[in-house]
Design a protein. Structure first.
Length: 450
C-alpha cells in the first residue's frame, strides 16, 4: 500500500511539474483525454445553462402526448466530431433549427469557464455547422510552432494564433499589409519571421530601412535592393514603378486574347503566365514609414510627395505585377500628410502590436471596435503579442516565435544564392563581401619545419 501511494504521488508530482514547465507535453500526455471526458460529460447541462438549446418541436410534443410520455427535453446542438490537437480540442457542432452561429460565438466565454478550458473561439464552417476550438493552456506564453506547417508559394507561416492554429501571411490572398506597434512591441521580430519565411522562396526582397539600415542591412545577402535613407528610398521606389510598368508589358504581350483561346487561359497577372516567362515576385519591406513622410524643408516636402505617390501607385497597381508591400510603423495617421490615408486604405492585411493610445489602434482596426479594444489591452511585459485582421472585421490574437537577428542572418546567408538579380534594381543591390569558406580544422600536431 505504501509503494502504491508513493507511485501515485510521483505520478501526480510529475504531472504538476510537466503542466508547469512543459504544458504542451502535459496536454498530449493526459490533459487532452481528461478535457475530452469533461466536455462530453458536461455537454448537455452546459449547453442548456448557456442558452444553446432549443425547445422540442411540435411533432415531438404531439408524439409524447399521444404516447402519454413526459414532455421531451430541450435539445443541444449535435456533436459531429470531437478531435484533440496539440494545443486543445476541436468540437464540430450541427446547429438545431432556429439556432445561429452568432449564438455560439456570444457564448464562448461562458463555455470557457464551464468546460474549464483556457480559451474558446468559434467560426462557422458552412450553413448549420460551427467549429468550436478550445485551447487547454496559454499557447502564446511560450510560442512553439508545429513541426509541420502548410507553406505554399508566397504563403509564409509567421506566428501562432491564440486558438493554436498557425497564422500565415498569404501575399496572393492579401497582397499588401500594415504592421503597427510602439517601441519594443515586437515589430522587428515579426518582420524577421517574414524575411526568414520568404528567404527559401523564389522571391525578390526589397528593403527600405531609414534607421541607417540597422534592422535590414544585416540581412543584405538575401535582398535584391536596399535603401537606408529617404533619398535612396525615393530612387528605389521610382525604379520599382518602372519595373512594374515593364512587367505589365510582358503580361500584355502574353495575354493570348484571341477567339480561339478560352477565357480561363487569358493572362491578367504574373501568375497566369508560363513558368519560363513569369517575372519573379517582389516583396517590399518598409521598416518605418514615418521617416519617409516627415519633412523639414520645401525640398524635403517635394521628396516626400514623390515617395508617397510612388507607394500609392505600387499599392494600387502592383498586385498584378507581383509587387507586394509590407509597411511597418509606430503610427500611420493623417498627421503624416496628404496621401497617407489613401495609402493606408490599400493595405488590406492589418497587424497591431502593443500601442500607446487608442487612436493608433483605430488606424489599423477602425472597422472593428473589438479588435481595437484587444490591441490596446496588450500588456507591456508580453512583447510580440499582436492582433491581426483584415478589412472584413475578423481578427485574432497572435504571437510570432522569437527569432534573433543572428538566426535571421544565418538563414539569409544560407539562401543567399536564391537572391534574384533584377536589372531595374541593380543600382540598389547591396554590396556585401563573399561568404567565408569553411574553416580548416586545427591539427593537434605542429606543422613540420624545415
Amino acid at each position: 500500500m505504501t509503494g502504491l501511494t508513493v507511485a501515485l504521488l510521483l505520478v501526480v508530482a510529475s504531472a504538476v511539474i510537466l503542466r508547469w514547465r512543459r504544458p504542451a507535453w502535459y496536454w498530449l500526455a493526459s490533459g487532452a483525454a481528461f478535457a475530452a471526458v469533461r466536455v462530453l460529460v458536461r455537454y448537455t447541462s452546459v449547453m442548456d445553462a448557456c442558452g444553446l438549446t432549443v425547445p422540442p418541436s411540435r411533432w415531438r410534443l404531439t408524439l409524447a402526448r399521444i404516447a402519454n410520455r413526459p414532455v421531451p427535453e430541450s435539445r443541444a446542438p449535435r456533436i459531429l466530431r470531437l478531435r484533440p490537437t496539440r494545443t486543445g480540442l476541436v468540437l464540430r457542432l450541427k446547429l438545431r433549427p432556429g439556432q445561429d452561429a452568432f449564438d455560439v460565438s456570444a457564448a464562448t466565454d461562458r463555455l470557457r469557464h464551464s468546460f474549464a478550458m483556457y480559451g474558446v473561439t468559434s467560426r462557422e464552417l458552412r450553413s448549420g455547422v460551427v467549429e468550436v476550438r478550445m485551447t487547454g493552456y496559454d499557447v502564446l506564453k511560450r510560442v512553439q510552432m508545429p513541426a509541420k506547417t502548410d507553406p505554399a508559394p508566397m504563403r509564409v507561416p509567421v506566428a501562432l494564433r491564440e486558438d493554436g492554429a498557425v497564422h500565415y501571411r498569404d501575399y496572393r490572398a492579401v497582397p499588401h499589409g500594415l504592421t503597427l506597434g510602439a517601441t519594443e512591441s515586437g515589430k522587428s521580430v515579426y518582420q524577421r519571421n517574414l524575411v526568414a519565411g520568404l528567404a527559401p522562396m523564389n522571391v525578390a526582397l526589397v528593403g527600405i530601412d531609414c534607421k541607417q539600415g540597422v534592422e535590414l542591412f544585416p540581412l543584405a545577402r538575401r535582398f535584391s535592393a536596399l535603401a537606408d535613407n529617404p533619398d535612396a528610398a525615393l530612387d528605389l521606389l521610382e525604379a520599382l514603378v518602372t519595373h512594374m510598368e515593364d512587367v505589365y508589358q510582358v503580361i500584355r504581350a502574353e495575354q493570348r486574347i484571341t477567339v480561339n483561346v478560352p477565357d480561363a487561359e487569358i493572362a491578367a497577372d504574373i501568375w497566369d503566365l508560363p513558368d519560363h516567362l513569369r517575372p519573379v515576385p517582389v516583396v517590399v519591406l518598409v521598416d518605418e514609414v514615418a521617416e519617409l513622410a516627415l519633412f523639414a524643408s520645401k525640398d524635403e516636402e517635394k521628396r516626400r510627395d514623390r515617395i508617397i505617390t510612388a507607394l500609392v501607385r505600387l499599392a494600387q497597381l502592383g498586385r498584378a505585377a507581383g509587387i507586394y508591400l509590407e509597411i511597418c510603423g509606430q503610427r500611420f495617421g493623417s498627421e503624416l500628410g496628404k496621401g497617407i490615408t489613401m495609402l493606408r486604405a490599400q493595405l488590406t492585411g492589418r497587424t497591431a502590436h502593443r500601442v500607446n493610445d487608442e487612436s493608433s489602434a483605430n488606424m489599423a482596426f477602425g472597422i472593428s471596435p473589438d479588435a481595437v479594444l484587444a490591441a490596446i489591452q496588450i500588456p507591456t511585459e508580453t512583447p510580440g503579442i499582436a492582433v491581426t485582421g483584415d478589412s472584413s472585421g475578423g481578427w485574432a490574437r497572435i504571437r510570432a516565435p522569437h527569432t534573433s537577428l543572428r538566426e535571421a542572418v544565418n538563414l539569409c546567408n544560407q539562401h543567399a544564392e536564391r537572391t534574384p538579380d533584377l536589372p531595374a534594381l541593380a543600382p540598389f543591390r547591396p554590396a556585401v563581401a563573399a561568404l567565408p569558406s569553411d574553416r580548416v580544422p586545427l591539427s593537434k600536431t605542429a606543422p613540420a619545419t624545415a
